[in-house]
Design a protein around this ligand. Structure first.
Ligand code: SF4
Length: 260
């Protein structure tokens, strides 16, 4: 601590500190690993934990800010820390969008393609305007404004990125919420956000909120290995299901391996 004393973490503070750092300090974390570490049965609880509860324990951010603005940081409230959590998410959003625009990252999946088209549309619109004199700041501003409207979280199972936010439109097209509505009658508008209990990879694959990137290939490679094992089953039904699964997985992998 600034006065030379040491902070003694209570167990609950350590859990929150660990959860936030695991989920938000790396761009492509596996939430199920965190779910296992925290011994939480429901992955939605783990996702919420990193977003809200744990925001109160974002000490690293406090410390970083404290070095910049010591007195102001001491006055931070829990609300400030939630804002800081949102900042970490925005770093991921900005990184993904900028990498996509620079051609270093291919965005796949329905949400990835739409996002890329939106980004290109914004840049092209600006290119037209910038034939006149302008500054870099002006050029980047529409992109920065757009980034602020975006939400992204790596799916707990690590297969893709979900960009479903809290707006009524986002939720109305979310594949998992539509499936949940069919199953339980719960209207998507009334849900707080995506429901990972209904978001298996095949549901996400067809969802307009879904972004797939090559960095998450390990999930798909492991899924193919698992499906291949099922091909050896003595049951016709299992083998047929495994064939379908392998075909689906190979389609995803072929898309992710696509090179210009
Ligand atoms: S189905 Fe869509 S909204 Fe739901 S978790 Fe997957 S990508 Fe997100």
């Amino acid at each position: 601590m600034p006065d030379g004393s040491h902070w003694q973490y209570a167990a609950h503070q350590m859990r929150k500190f660990f959860a936030v750092n695991h989920q938000w300090r790396y761009f492509f974390p596996e939430l199920m690993v965190l779910n296992h570490q925290l011994q939480q049965r429901d992955k939605n609880v783990t996702a919420a934990y990193t977003r809200m509860e744990a925001g109160n324990a974002l000490k690293l951010h406090d410390e970083r800010q404290a070095k910049l603005k010591q007195h102001a940081a001491l006055l931070w409230s829990a609300e400030d820390r939630l804002t800081a959590l949102r900042d970490e998410e925005q770093r991921m959003v900005r990184y993904i969008c900028q990498q996509a625009l620079s051609g270093k990252l291919q965005l796949h999946g329905p949400g990835g393609k739409n996002l890329y088209n939106d980004l290109v549309g914004i840049v092209e619109g600006q290119l037209h305007v910038t034939r006149e004199e302008t500054s870099d700041m002006t050029f980047n501003q529409p992109l920065e404004d757009f980034y602020r409207t975006l939400t992204m979280q790596v799916h707990p199972e690590g297969h893709s990125i979900c960009k479903c936010g809290g707006s009524a439109h986002d939720k109305s097209v979310a594949g998992c919420l539509r499936l949940k509505e069919l199953d339980t009658g719960a209207a998507p508008e009334g849900e707080p956000g995506p429901d990972y209990s209904y978001a298996v990879d095949e549901v996400c694959a067809g969802c307009p909120q879904n972004i797939r990137v090559k960095a998450l290939m390990p999930y798909w490679a492991a899924a193919v290995d698992e499906a291949m094992l099922a091909l050896a089953s003595s049951s016709d039904g299992v083998r047929d299901a495994a064939k379908e699964r392998v075909a689906f997985l190979e389609g995803v992998i072929a898309e992710l391996c696509y090179e210009n």
